[in-house]
Design a protein around this ligand. Structure first.
Ligand code: AMP
Length: 317
């Protein structure tokens, strides 16, 4: 019978576990979450488990909530989360206390400056600084070989990719596709704030993205026209942005040609601030959905991990 994974609260316990797992010559995988788990989180676990033993972290990170946001009311239910993880190949859950990650004299921040500035960064002051800081702490504690994140938070993926590269962190990042309800609504812990009429309204976000994509599919390549279609779909909602940006640098040119683009929206429905995006490969004759990074596929990462282990063996005789 499925049983809940072991829950660790202290960094030294996680380090000891990861040392033991590493001894078996397999990549250790971290899936960072804020809990209130849903099928989107579980899909990250399943993806990670194809590579090696999985540690799921559950921590509602105060530093990534801007003043006045929903840090206090963010849904927390560790018992339910553990039940959901019980059926999955999860080796351990790391659920630190706030004072463990942010002791009173904590004084260090990690910031990716330019990529954190537009989109959500422009509307949630300090948000990405909070994300990069907590993920750097988790990486420092767990020391995973691989970490899995969801493309649902595409800007977060870009920012974390840049952080690991700039800080030479020896960690492979995998970005897993967004899990949606059949209606198109992207799964989110904040969907719990929505009643049925709210959920209907929340569908506007994915509809806006599909509207933007469909405009591109007519051959239109001007940013204004694509963004106007997205804004029109969101007209009933208070929205923060509806933008078409280039990947991977989030540039905002007037016209796109052959490019990988991100359509991104953020809007308020009742008390929930929701985000969604589509990543599209645009060529002269075609507009199709694509991963954020070509090289982030599971196969490419497995190959790099295998090559890394060969290198290490060669270097150490
Ligand atoms: P959160 O608990 O909201 O911080 O999310 C933890 C991880 O789950 C992040 O990497 C998110 O991008 C990812 N995630 C959240 N929602 C989804 C979804 N609908 N599909 C795929 N991944 C998701």
């Amino acid at each position: 019978m499925a049983h809940p994974p072991v829950v660790l609260h202290e960094p030294r316990e996680v380090r000891a576990l990861v040392r033991r797992l590493r001894g078996k010559d397999q990549p250790v995988v971290l899936v960072p979450t804020m809990g209130s788990l849903h099928e989107g989180h579980l899909s990250l676990v399943r993806t990670g488990a194809k590579l090696g033993p999985v540690v799921v972290s559950i921590f509602v990170n105060p530093a990534q909530f801007a003043p006045g946001e929903d840090f206090e009311s963010y849904p927390r239910d560790l018992a339910r989360d553990l039940d959901l993880l019980a059926g999955l190949p999860v080796t351990a859950v790391f659920a630190p206390e706030q004072r463990t990650l942010y002791p009173e004299d904590s004084d260090t921040w990690v910031e990716v400056e330019r990529l954190s500035a537009p989109l959500c960064g422009a509307h949630r002051p300090g948000h990405f600084r909070g994300v990069t800081t907590v993920v750097a702490k988790l990486f420092g504690i767990v020391g995973p070989d691989v970490a899995v994140f969801g493309q649902k938070d595409a800007q977060q993926c870009l920012v974390l990719h840049r952080m690991t590269r700039d800080l030479e962190m020896p960690i492979e990042l995998i970005f897993a596709p967004t899990v949606r309800e059949p209606s198109g609504l992207a799964l989110s812990s904040r969907n719990r704030y929505l009643d049925e009429p709210d959920r209907q309204r929340a569908m506007r976000l994915s509809e806006a993205l599909f509207a933007g994509r469909d405009v591109l599919r007519t051959g239109e390549r001007r940013r204004d026209a694509v963004e106007a279609a997205m804004r029109e779909a969101l007209a009933d909602l208070a929205f923060d942005y509806a933008e078409m940006r280039l990947l991977p640098d989030l540039a905002h040119p007037q016209v796109v040609s052959e490019a990988r683009v991100l359509l991104a929206v953020a809007a308020h429905v009742s008390t929930a601030r929701l985000i969604d995006n589509l990543c599209l490969q645009v060529t002269a004759g075609e507009v199709r959905e694509a991963p954020l990074f070509d090289d982030a596929t599971l196969e490419a990462v497995s190959a790099r991990l295998a090559a890394g282990r060969v290198d290490e063996k060669e270097n150490h005789g």
